[in-house]
Design a protein around this ligand. Structure first.
Ligand code: AHG
Ligand code: MN
Ligand code: MN
Length: 318
């Protein structure tokens, strides 16, 4: 039963996780609330549009990408509990300032997912995962190059028709919304993946799909496995959130010529795959589990298929 009066700190108190981790999750939550407020007021505060910079991904940086990234780095640094951070917007590892070399946690994030939707008021979000450090060298990238199955917590916040934050650990996956004062209140708990028949694919990439991908999508359209509908927001975090609650599968296949996908293993795929695993779902790169891939570099891009187990096995057997 969901206790709808429970706030995030009461929820965290009942979780069997370290107190420093609770602190980090609380700070991510309050930062997401600040990001959410900045998004709501962005049109009148001249926070829409691009900064003029190009990020490590070779993409134009939106003003809100930069704002979200800076807020997360600043607020996580000030906890004194973070050893290193990694961000989709930043080329190398991020050492907190002020620096606490004795801190144990690694936080990785996509500060704002769905940048192309910012200027048109369509759902965007923040994605994150938390790990323990593997050594005490702050210049060693291997602290961030950990398999997703080593994560100890992950989550996201969607800034949509309402703002919803999802927090996932092995123990539980729950969702929260912010009240008028910005306090996160629980709305759903013990979440398990829904099972409605939805597929989320950018089909304009059809000519780059493998024969297997084409066979799979054609079979969904044919109705042999039941009646499917298509939903594609263009913000991974929003597509995943909808599929988690209602059911479905999201896919962004790798280009078979290069084997390289669109989505980033560390900042996007691993956090959501960890949540999928904790909610009876599954994620793969088309062959193997996303969570078992050892990242080779901080900005590695992979093919991505994520959904409930039934949809994932229909894909596998296509
Ligand atoms: P980001 O805004 O963090 O760079 O990520 C955008 C990603 C993801 O959110 C979305 O699913 C995908 O790009 C959309 O790509 P297409 O426009 O090629 O469909
Ligand atoms: Mn993204
Ligand atoms: Mn992003």
């Amino acid at each position: 039963m969901v206790n709808r009066n429970q706030n995030l700190s009461e929820y965290l108190n009942n979780l069997d996780i370290e107190s420093d981790l609770k602190k980090i999750i609380s700070v991510i939550s309050s930062t997401c609330y600040k990001i959410s407020e900045a998004i709501r007021l962005s049109n009148i505060n001249n926070l829409l549009g691009k900064t003029g910079e190009i990020n490590i991904q070779g993409e134009q940086v939106e003003k809100l990408d930069e704002l979200a990234n800076n807020l997360l780095i600043k607020n996580l640094s000030e906890t004194g509990k973070v050893f290193l951070m990694g961000s989709e917007e930043i080329e190398s590892v991020i050492i907190p300032n002020p620096n606490n070399k004795n801190a144990e946690f690694i936080v990785v994030f996509d500060p704002l997912d769905g940048s192309s939707n910012i200027d048109v008021s369509v759902t965007i979000g923040t994605i994150f995962a938390i790990y323990k450090r593997v050594n005490s060298d702050q210049n060693d990238e291997s602290n961030l190059l950990q398999e997703g199955n080593k994560a100890i917590a992950a989550g996201y916040t969607v800034y949509g028709s309402s703002t919803v934050m999802c927090i996932s650990t092995k123990e539980d996956t729950s969702m929260f919304s912010f009240d008028k004062k910005g306090c996160p209140i629980i709305t759903n708990s013990k979440i398990i993946h829904g099972n409605s028949k939805v597929y989320s694919v950018n089909e304009s990439n059809w000519n780059k799909f493998t024969e297997k991908d084409k066979r799979w999508i054609t079979s969904l359209k044919s109705g042999v496995n039941g009646k499917y509908t298509a939903r594609y927001v263009g913000s991974l975090v929003a597509d995943f959130h909808r599929n988690l609650l209602k059911g479905g599968i999201f896919s962004y296949p790798a280009d078979p010529k290069t084997g390289i996908g669109r989505l980033r293993l560390i900042y996007e795929c691993n956090p959501l795959s960890f949540i999928a695993k904790n909610t009876n779902g599954y994620a793969s790169d088309g062959e193997k589990s996303i969570l078992e891939i050892k990242p080779e570099n901080l900005h590695q891009r992979v093919g991505f298929y994520i959904g409930n187990n039934i949809e994932m096995s229909i894909y596998k057997n296509s």
